[in-house]
Design a protein around this ligand. Structure first.
Ligand SMILES: [Zn+2]
Length: 219
C-alpha cells in the first residue's frame, strides 16, 4: 500500500475519468445530494462503472442505496461489480475516500484509487493495513490529491453542503482548523447564499467557486 501525493496536476480535461467523476459530483449536487462522483476504469483505461452520492434523494438506480448517509459515490460504483478481482482496475473519485469507502474498495479487491480533493477526516486511515492483515493484503494503492480549481471545487462544495446541515458540527470545526481558506469559502457560500446555481454547467460552477476564493479559474 502506498499513499503518495500526485506527481502532477490530475488531468480533469474532457474525456478523462476524473472529469467524468466531476460531472457526476455536479449531478449529485444538482439532485440535492452530497457532491461526490466516482468512476471505475479497467486496465486499458475505459470507464466500466459510474456512480455518485445519493444521500439526499429518495430514488436511485436499481440496486443502489439512496436517502442514507452511507449512499456514497464510491459505494455506488462498487455495488455494481460482480465478485471478481479488480487489482488492475482504478477507482477515480472527486473526494478522498472515507473509512467506509476505503474499506469497501479493499473488500472489492480494487487495486488503485485516485482522488482529486483531500478530506482531512480521512487522516490516519493509512494505518489500517498496519493493524489488520486482511487490509494489508488487499488495501489499494491510493494516490492524491490533485490541485487547481477543479480540486478546490471538489473540496469546497462538499464542505458547504455539510455545513448547510451541520453548521456548528464537529466536522465543520475540524475543516475550519485544517483548511481555513477553503472552509471560509464554504461558510461564505452557506451564510451568504452564494451557492452555484443548478442552471450552471460544470465549468461555470467550478469558476464560481474559484472566484469566491480568488483562486485561478479553469481557463
Ligand atoms: Zn465514502
Amino acid at each position: 500500500m502506498t499513499h503518495v501525493a500526485y506527481p502532477a496536476q490530475m488531468d480533469c480535461e474532457n474525456g478523462t475519468p476524473m472529469r467524468r467523476a466531476l460531472e457526476l459530483a455536479w449531478d449529485a449536487y444538482c439532485a440535492g445530494s452530497f457532491p461526490v462522483g466516482a468512476v471505475l476504469t479497467e486496465p486499458a483505461g475505459a470507464i466500466v462503472a459510474e456512480g455518485r452520492n445519493h444521500a439526499g434523494e429518495s430514488t436511485a438506480p436499481d440496486g443502489l442505496m439512496r436517502g442514507t448517509v452511507i449512499a456514497h459515490a464510491e459505494m455506488s460504483v462498487l455495488a455494481q461489480l460482480p465478485q471478481s478481482d479488480y487489482a488492475d482496475f482504478t477507482l477515480w473519485t472527486t473526494l478522498e475516500p472515507c473509512l467506509l469507502c476505503q474499506a469497501a474498495a479493499t473488500m472489492s479487491h480494487i487495486g488503485h484509487v485516485r482522488y482529486l480533493a483531500p478530506d482531512s477526516i480521512c487522516d490516519g486511515l493509512d494505518a489500517l493495513p498496519s493493524i489488520n492483515a486482511h487490509a494489508k493484503r488487499r488495501y489499494p494503492e491510493i494516490v492524491g490529491p490533485g490541485f487547481g480549481a477543479e480540486a478546490t471545487f471538489a473540496a469546497v462544495l462538499p464542505m458547504a453542503v455539510l455545513a448547510s446541515s451541520f453548521r456548528y458540527g464537529s466536522a465543520v470545526g475540524h475543516y475550519v482548523a485544517w483548511s481555513p481558506a477553503a472552509a471560509a469559502v464554504a461558510l461564505r457560500i452557506v451564510d451568504d447564499g452564494l451557492w452555484p446555481s443548478r442552471d450552471l454547467g460544470l465549468n461555470a460552477a467550478i469558476d464560481h467557486v474559484a472566484a469566491l476564493g480568488n483562486w485561478a479559474t479553469t481557463d
